[in-house]
Design a protein around this ligand. Sequence first.
Ligand code: ATP
Ligand code: ATP
Ligand code: MG
Ligand code: MG
Lengths: 162, 162, 165, 165
Amino acid sequence: SISRFNSVFEAIRENFHELFRKLFGGGKADIILEDPNDPLECGIEIVAKPPGKEPQRISLMSGGEKTMTAIALVMSIFRSRPAPFAILDEVDAALDEANNVRFNTIIQEFLDRSQFIVVTHSKRTMSIADHLYGITMQEPGVSSRVSVKFAADGSGERHAVA
Amino acid sequence: SISRFNSVFEAIRENFHELFRKLFGGGKADIILEDPNDPLECGIEIVAKPPGKEPQRISLMSGGEKTMTAIALVMSIFRSRPAPFAILDEVDAALDEANNVRFNTIIQEFLDRSQFIVVTHSKRTMSIADHLYGITMQEPGVSSRVSVKFAADGSGERHAVA
Amino acid sequence: MYLKRISMSGFKSFAERVEFDFSPGVTCIVGPNGCGKSNVVDAFKWVLGEQSAKLLRGRQMLDMIFNGSSTRRSSGMAEVDLLFDNADRALGLDRDEVLVTRKLFRSGESEYLLNKEAARLKDIRELFLDTGVGADTYSVIEQGRVDHLLTASSVERRAVFEEAA
Amino acid sequence: MYLKRISMSGFKSFAERVEFDFSPGVTCIVGPNGCGKSNVVDAFKWVLGEQSAKLLRGRQMLDMIFNGSSTRRSSGMAEVDLLFDNADRALGLDRDEVLVTRKLFRSGESEYLLNKEAARLKDIRELFLDTGVGADTYSVIEQGRVDHLLTASSVERRAVFEEAA
Ligand SMILES: Nc1ncnc2c1ncn2[C@@H]1O[C@H](COP(=O)(O)OP(=O)(O)OP(=O)(O)O)[C@@H](O)[C@H]1O
Ligand SMILES: Nc1ncnc2c1ncn2[C@@H]1O[C@H](COP(=O)(O)OP(=O)(O)OP(=O)(O)O)[C@@H](O)[C@H]1O
Ligand SMILES: [Mg+2]
Ligand SMILES: [Mg+2]
């Protein structure tokens, strides 16, 4: 029904603006119905303005900026309609360290309502894990599970050891 | 002409097998003319077999394995037909540390004939730079260049400081 | 409801049975390139009814069965089991735990099981309706696909919003 | 022949003129997300004659001109200059250095210059023929595109091999 879709859409829209600002430390973002006269059928446009920049075509945004905007949007939908778990496979690949930390902070805000299963190569991301599984191929071509510990090394940075 | 294409194809094929083995520490890989009776028109197939594994569809390979295979192929073409410079933008994004080191080693083998301009977030990749440029946005939305130094930190790992 | 465990045997690179237990909070899965991390993500989608081999990086569904290595013959079947805690009865069954199983044999024969009894995919889908759990839920983001919602057409994006509404 | 310098002014996020000098070996370009690194890669492609705004992440070529920030108005034009060392005369001109320039104005007017004299894109392409330098050379790998050769159709892949042969 129109009113149900509109109320969900409005909720996501509000979340998106708030989460974008948290992930970017400012700026603004919006989702827009392409044809407000046809709310049950029309497409959905995204507008994003990182802090200090002009509103941009999404295509002109950088790799990391697109990841952060996409995370803001997915988490906005997630907040309206929580699922018991989310599975994220190397979503942090394009992020610099500062953005990786902001991404971690957003994930932690959602832990009260969902489990997160996160595949990653990033030590930053691993540092917020409550549980850590390692996968290895001791026997060539055959995957098996290993326990993983964090070891403090000289820099105080934790790294995974099999 | 057929013979010219064939000789270049064979050279690339040999390079591909050799570079794949260097990047994967073993295994084998091949490029194949889809229709040997139509060598001037037909498509080109890729077969890759990482060490210890069965020959795989490319689609089933992992993100990092696809990057390493793609690097082997591009560098094989590069070896047959060197260009004065290559520009690589975050090609290391999917690589774990061990593969990042192997990738670095391959780049270094090509330095006698070409310059490499490499955009990266990876400290591993930065560690082989002969020259390092930083880009920053001191003024919001406006890019400028800064000099970048490596500083040894507690772990002995060098990191970039603006 | 929450996820308790996934286990797989003969699925992609998991020739031997491997189990992953889950608790509240963040679980990270780590390891070198090609070790099998994304295959675990594929296992989730597959057991929840993914019908497209292409969306599981294969060309045909038989690609999901372990196809051998230099030291081991290929498997005769693939199996994935997904165990949910249902103490809050979010899944409409009067049981504390719910087990979903999918099997695929080399012959091409395929089975779904709900709590170890034969079931149809339809039953499993109905069970998870309105829970946000499913093969194509927006809450699974595959490798390389994080900005999918941004690069998709405005119409494709609409479909995701519909699912959430 | 080798690359000596690229400079840009009014191109994408480079509102002010910025220069990068190159020497033999590996030059790394680093910085935070969104600071302008990939815009430098776009500048290379653009000055060497890239005709498709889409392949430069824009929708129209005017997207290449700095379009303002919270503290600065948009630019009236974009300019990129690329300087080559030609001591080995690999480029068929009897000069030690070769300068390629491209400009685009808000009006939509566009210019190419070869050693500061008006030139056509055709002249610049002919100059670089058989050197492996060009807007669409396989020796430029854009962000997110490294496995392009693998996921491309076997026919698309063929086109790349043709270029190399
Ligand atoms: N049916 C199968 N039988 C055996 N091995 C398979 C099968 N399907 C996929 N594989 C193997 O699984 C490996 C890919 O695993 P996966 O994609 O999970 O890696 P990953 O840990 O995610 O790595 P990355 O960090 O590079 O993304 C490939 O080497 C592939 O050959
Ligand atoms: N015409 C333009 N005018 C002003 N800013 C622009 C223009 N075109 C692109 N930009 C800005 O340039 C930024 C993108 O820069 P770029 O893609 O080079 O980032 P990057 O350093 O590669 O980052 P990442 O590490 O995330 O890939 C975006 O914020 C975009 O808004
Ligand atoms: Mg993976
Ligand atoms: Mg970039």
